[in-house]
Design a protein around this ligand. Structure first.
Ligand code: TRP
Length: 348
């Protein structure tokens, strides 16, 4: 039986926020604990982060520990998941070199996520080659571990498509050694792309609209109480709108029926609350208080666990070092197979 393997990761450009959490981290923890997977690899993608932060390696370095703490906080554990740093597995770079031959420039320029990022960063006239090619290096990340399943946010779909194309091409030209991975997306639509607290389409550090996993309870509450809702819902008596209403989108992502019994027993579930809101007579503050309680219930254990690990950062670095060595072993095996398939194992 072929193995079931997870590989996923994040760019270390800051602390992780609840968009990362509902988009991917929460599923990773469930998949890690479910026992269905033979191997789980979680990668801190510092080399990829450098493709558009090459002038600020210190920021990437500082973020590596923060991201690792976020992982440990949500309950990923080194006994079940190999957590490692991308740049410490040079085999990934070597694989990237060989995959580069299998991808055209035109194909890279068509990648919709990369296209959007280029626009956002004003790279149009001067795209760093490393940046344009990062989907190839991501294919190396995924295939080096023979990953079957990649739990990521929806914005990573084009990377998975490109990876699958590379795998097919490699296997066809050389020998069938690479595995075609499947993306693993949340089936909760609100989790696919959680908007920022200001209602903007994306939660992002540069927009200053994030709730971080490491935010303390007061900070979360302040952010929730000042969240964007429905600009037409001026008085509680007015009918409210759910479309684009951030508080309700977050409730969709976090709230379960049990929460109502605990925090708002006059409703049975979110549908009833929504019905009242759209009819009129339900104020934003009440809904925000509910959201805050629900968030607090989910975030406080994460925050506490994170703080515990934070007391010994040296141990976290040590964990990453051990993980990186393990990851290297696996990637080296695949690289050897790749070179054999290509017939460039001259001294074997
Ligand atoms: N591109 C991912 C992000 O922006 C990070 C990443 C790098 C990744 N390599 C990966 C994710 C391999 C999944 C698999 O968050």
């Amino acid at each position: 039986m072929s193995k079931k393997i997870i590989l996923t990761g994040d760019r270390p450009t800051g602390k992780l926020h609840i968009g990362h959490y509902v988009g991917s981290l929460r599923q990773r923890k469930i998949l890690q604990d479910g026992g269905e997977f033979d191997e789980v690899y979680i990668m801190i993608a510092d080399a990829q982060a450098l493709t558009d932060n090459f002038d600020n390696p210190q920021k990437i370095k500082d973020s590596i520990t923060e991201v690792a703490l976020d992982y440990l906080g949500v309950g990923l554990t080194p006994d079940k998941s190999v957590m490692f740093i991308q740049s410490q597995v040079p085999e990934l770079t070597e694989l990237t070199t060989y995959y580069m031959n299998l991808v055209t420039l035109a194909r890279l320029q068509r990648n919709p996520t990369v296209k959007a990022e280029i626009q956002m960063r004003n790279f149009e006239a001067n795209i760093p080659a490393g940046f344009l090619c990062y989907p190839i290096s991501q294919a190396a990340d995924i295939t080096a571990f023979k990953a079957t399943t990649v739990p990521v946010g929806e914005d990573q779909k084009p990377m998975l498509e490109q990876t699958r194309e590379i795998v097919r091409k490699f296997n066809e030209i050389y020998a069938p050694v690479l595995v075609e991975p499947d993306i693993y997306l949340s089936d909760n639509k609100s989790c696919l792309r959680l908007p920022g607290t200001d209602g903007k389409a994306k939660m992002s550090k540069s927009l200053g609209n994030c709730i971080y996993l490491s935010d303390d309870a007061d900070t979360v509450k302040k952010k929730v109480m000042s969240m964007y809702t429905d600009p037409l819902h001026l008085r509680a008596a007015d009918p409210g709108h759910l479309e684009g209403n951030t508080v309700f989108i977050y409730l969709d992502a976090f709230c379960r029926d049990e929460h109502f019994a605990e925090y708002l027993p006059e409703y049975n579930n979110l549908d009833e609350l929504k019905a009242h809101y759209t009819k009129g007579g339900l104020g934003d503050v009440k809904v925000k208080r509910l959201l805050n309680s629900v968030l607090e219930e989910e975030l406080s254990p994460i925050r506490a666990r994170r703080a515990e690990y934070e007391k010994d950062k040296a141990a976290v670095v040590e964990m990453l070092k051990t993980g990186s060595l393990k990851a290297r072993e696996k990637a080296a095996q695949t690289l050897a197979e790749v070179k054999r398939a290509m017939g460039i194992n001259y001294f074997e």
